[in-house]
Design a protein around this ligand. Structure first.
Ligand SMILES: [Zn+2]
Length: 419
């Protein structure tokens, strides 16, 4: 109920980096100097402020803006008002979290421990906060859609995507986490109690709406899935023009399942043949559907003669059902071929979900919580020994982050007052 009341007025809080606390308290006494500092900070980020839609004030405050000091929770804050549209921006210094009494430094340690897979209870012991407080901090960051945060980092909306659902558990119920990944970045992490096409369409639709709001002409050119019916049909509904491909590695791993009762070594041998076939097709520049179809037919015949007609026929039917999806991968070099990145993302998220399973309940804020986890996945830098050590997913994909401090980036990028 509180959420509904809150939604009626726009959150125009902006987090500003004052470098250290003493700087903040210095400029606090001088309104003009304060406004100058804030304007310089926004200018350096290259961000614009979220004025009212009717505003003709040029999208930024001027030094003539109105300002007033308010005291909130023992801290003095400045509120700046646009003289044109009267939008009011609350300036939050970097050492304060919005609505939280928790210090960012404490939240940082707890969030990184959570991200690393430590349980809520252990994070609570180490960081001296309650598990519920940590859960709420993640939900608070998750109020802002991933699309908003990633586009603020200058990342273009993804034209080729990986889409798949993680199967998880909420208490005893099975739940699904529809996910969209491009490279090392999660663009959507949803929550669904049903695995129906309608439920998945609704979840992926949240991403689509956020993307279209940012760029009305946004279109997905290609989507890679594992071939699950509900996923495929939701992609078809939402992105009718997109090329739909099926993950090649998934296909390779599925082949042995089609040969039940056949000895492991023979199955392995046939899998290698299939691997060589797909590999060769990927290398060919001018591949025609006929070529792939022909090779698949040969392989199915070979399976029939090696391990029996029943197996051959089963594989043949499976090839028939899936080959359009494989061909879609092979015909477009920009199409992702394997869902490896998505599996990695799901494994990371899974550890956290397991760590937080005590908080899952039907009335809980799963959507916000999962979005919060997606922000952590995108913004926390990789560990020292990792391939891209020291940089975060957003940077690996070519995005810019406001500062070298991931926690501060998370605070700034999820501020409601930036556009
Ligand atoms: Zn304005």
């Amino acid at each position: 109920m509180r959420h509904r009341a809150k939604a009626t007025h726009h959150n125009r809080t902006i987090t500003v980096d004052f470098c250290d606390e003493s700087t903040y308290f210095q400029v606090l006494s001088d309104g003009k100097a304060f406004v100058e500092f804030v304007l310089a900070f926004i200018l350096a980020l290259g961000f614009q402020l979220a004025h009212k839609t009717t505003c003709r004030g040029g999208g930024c405050l001027t030094r003539h803006s109105h300002y007033a000091r308010v005291r909130l929770g023992g801290l003095t804050l400045w509120r700046l008002q646009c003289t044109t549209c009267k939008a009011v921006f609350t300036v939050l210094p970097h050492f304060v979290l919005r609505y939280r009494t928790m210090r960012p430094a404490v939240a940082r340690d707890a969030l990184i421990a959570t991200h690393g897979g430590l349980s809520l209870e252990w994070c609570a012991v180490i960081c001296h906060i309650s598990p519920m407080a940590l859960y709420r901090v993640i939900c608070a960051f998750g109020q802002h859609h991933v699309v908003t945060v990633l586009t603020r980092c200058g990342l273009p909306l993804p034209t080729y995507i990986l889409a798949d659902e993680k199967h998880s558990r909420c208490l005893t119920e099975r739940v699904y986490l529809p996910t969209i990944v491009r490279g090392r970045v999660i663009w959507h992490l949803g929550y669904s109690a049903s695995k129906s096409a309608a439920a998945f369409t609704e979840s992926y639709g949240v991403f689509q709406r956020a993307a279209l709001e940012y760029e009305p002409s946004y279109q997905v050119r290609g989507a890679l899935t594992d071939g699950f019916d509900s996923t495929v049909s939701s992609m078809r509904t939402l992105f009718p023009g997109a090329r739909l491909g099926f993950c090649l590695r998934h296909a390779l791993n599925k082949l042995p399942d089609k040969l039940i009762g056949v000895s492991a070594s023979v199955r392995q041998g046939l899998r290698s043949k299939f691997h060589a076939l797909l590999h060769r097709c990927r290398q060919r520049k001018s591949l025609r559907v006929v070529a792939l179809g022909q090779r698949l037919r040969h392989l199915a015949n070979r399976i029939a003669t090696t391990v029996g007609e029943a197996h051959g026929e089963r594989v043949r039917q499976w090839f028939q059902a899936k080959k359009a999806g494989w061909y879609a991968v092979l015909e477009d070099p920009q199409m992702p071929a394997m869902s490896t990145m998505l599996d990695q993302a799901h494994n990371t998220i899974d550890r956290k979900l397991f760590a937080m399973k005590g908080f899952h309940h039907p009335e809980g804020g799963q959507a916000a919580f999962l979005t919060g986890l997606a922000h952590l996945y995108n913004l926390i830098p990789y560990q020292r020994r990792a391939l891209n050590a020291g940089t975060c997913g957003v940077e690996v994909e070519g995005g810019r982050v406001p500062t070298s401090d991931w926690m501060l980036n998370l605070q700034i990028l999820t501020s409601g007052g930036f556009r």
